[in-house]
Design a protein around this ligand. Structure first.
Ligand SMILES: [Zn+2]
Length: 504
């Protein structure tokens, strides 16, 4: 590596890698036949014709489409397993599907590190556990759970956290006398709409002061209604994914979106409506965005709500919050996505082991992995089956999440100076999904047996080939990306890249 970089100084035009004969899918434009040159981890040349001699390594992309690496902006690294191990296996799964950046949610309380305290202590610990364990680049969205953590919002932004989270369905958990669902879970005193209002005010203040998109993500389901519907469904002795959907019906999503919107409008807080799962949820979110066009709101859905319904997603293993819905809900999400109303598509990846799915529908833990199917779902279910443009698929999985979460134009772009994060797909290739193909620690998948577009032939992270011909390569090269990248000085970037050499 050292010899190569000295050599590079003598021949500044020489590239580390040239990618010849491919179709690059340029966000906002679409596929363009071009050759790409990568130098020092960045895209350094985009040309009609580059020479094989221009690069130390040549990748022939004949018959391949070159997509910007996906930015999977909804992930749960370490929710159920030790953080380091989960980061290793699940970021490997990510790169095997063409995901080159993960933005993962983290909170104090039950699961994750299973403790509470100041983020000034816990966030550095989280970064230390992450360091050297990711195959892709990564960042964190943080959920302030306690009153004192609210005062850490600004400090967290300084650390490179450009987005936060509130869980509408934990509201009132602190009021429960039941210690399995009480404040033991959130480890917080007043996790309610009052807390949400205070959090939104602080996030909005930080966004205004920095003139950057600092935002709050919202898990919209309502716990008071879930309690009532859950009782009804259990009394009737129903089980299965359809029953689970009825126990947490779309109405609860609609109500939560409306509640959160009242507060977002009052505080000017930019918000992200996460994992909209149903016709009611997507239609409500579209309506509130129309009602307040001057507010900054983005709409997210997941690949499992797009690709599965409760008749196709199997048993307990497909349990997730919000639940997998009906075919009609699935159709409504695709329609909104086609109409341009959906901004981002994500995996909401949470590696949940077999033993956690044991028992019945009510005792099984929610969530499952799917990050490596993010591009495959969009390419086959979207582009192939429903006429979505390639450009739109790339926007949903890469450019939009990069823009909305402070990573653009370093990520989510194929442009001179952007990170060389690329995924090379043969769009003719198909796969029948099997757990082994996901490169995850999770031994099952609710997508089992579904035919989708195949994953990438090659994934490149900042100029390193990290996945090729079905294998994850090299040592983990992923780095923590401070967001918003626009506010980070180039000096800091240089420092970050110099320290990154240490592990390689
Ligand atoms: Zn989630």
């Amino acid at each position: 590596m050292l010899a190569k970089s000295n050599d590079r100084k003598k021949h500044m035009k020489r590239c580390d890698i040239v990618i010849l004969n491919g179709q690059a899918v340029l966000p906002g434009i679409g596929p363009v036949r071009m050759d790409l040159g990568i130098r020092d981890g960045k895209i350094a040349a985009m040309s009609e014709k580059l020479d094989a001699q221009d690069g130390d390594e040549v990748i022939d992309a004949r018959n391949l489409h070159i997509l910007p690496g996906a930015v999977d902006s909804h992930f749960h690294v370490g929710i159920y397993r030790p953080h380091e191990a989960d980061a290793r296996t699940e970021s490997a799964s990510a790169v095997s599907g063409g995901v080159t950046t993960i933005l993962s949610y983290f909170r104090t309380g039950r699961n994750y590190l299973n403790k509470s305290g100041p983020y000034k202590e816990i966030f550095p610990e989280l970064l230390a556990l992450s360091d050297g364990n990711f195959w892709c680049d990564y960042g964190y969205h943080i959920a302030p759970m306690t009153a004192s953590q609210l005062d850490e919002v600004d400090w967290l932004v300084e650390q490179g956290v450009a987005s936060f989270k509130f869980y509408m369905f934990y509201k009132g958990l602190n009021l429960s006398a039941d210690s399995t669902h009480g404040k033991d879970y959130t480890m917080a005193e007043n996790y309610d709409l009052g807390h949400l209002y205070e959090l939104m005010a602080r996030v909005a203040e930080s966004a205004t002061a920095r003139k950057q998109r600092i935002s709050l993500s919202l898990h919209c389901e309502n716990p008071e209604l879930i309690r009532v519907f859950m009782e009804r469904v259990r009394k009737q002795g129903l089980t299965g994914l359809k029953a689970y959907s009825e126990a947490r019906p779309p109405l609860t999503e609609g109500l939560s979106i409306e509640e959160a919107t009242v507060l977002a409008n009052a505080t000017f807080c930019p918000v992200n409506f996460l994992h909209l799962s149903s016709r009611v949820a997507i239609e409500t979110a579209i309506a509130v965005r129309r009602r307040y066009p001057e507010r900054d709101m983005i709409l997210e859905t997941t690949l499992h709500h797009l690709a599965l319904n409760y008749a196709t997603a199997g048993d307990n293993h497909g349990k997730v919050n919000p639940p997998i819905r009906s075919q009609d809900d699935q159709d409504a999400l695709w329609r909104a996505l086609r109409d341009g109303e959906v901004d981002t598509v994500v995996s909401d990846h949470a590696c949940c082991m077999e033993e956690m799915k044991a028992g019945d529908m009510w005792s099984a833990m929610p969530g499952f992995g799917g990050t490596s199917l993010l591009y495959p779902v969009l390419l086959s279910e979207g582009v192939r089956k429903r006429g979505l443009s390639l450009n739109r698929a790339v926007e949903l999985a890469s450019t939009n999440p990069a823009r909305k979460f402070g990573l653009h134009p370093r990520k989510g772009a194929i442009a001179i100076g952007s990170d060389a994060d690329l995924a090379l797909f043969n769009l003719e290739n198909m796969q029948v999904v099997k757990p082994a193909g996901l490169h995850s620690a999770q031994p099952y998948t609710p997508f089992n047996g579904i035919e989708l577009a195949a994953g990438p032939v090659t994934t490149i992270l900042r100029g390193h080939v990290v996945f090729r011909n079905g294998e994850v390569l090299e040592a983990p090269q992923g780095r923590f990306i401070k967001r918003p990248v626009a506010s980070q000085s180039s000096g800091e970037e240089f420092k970050a890249s110099a320290s990154g050499q240490r592990s390689s």
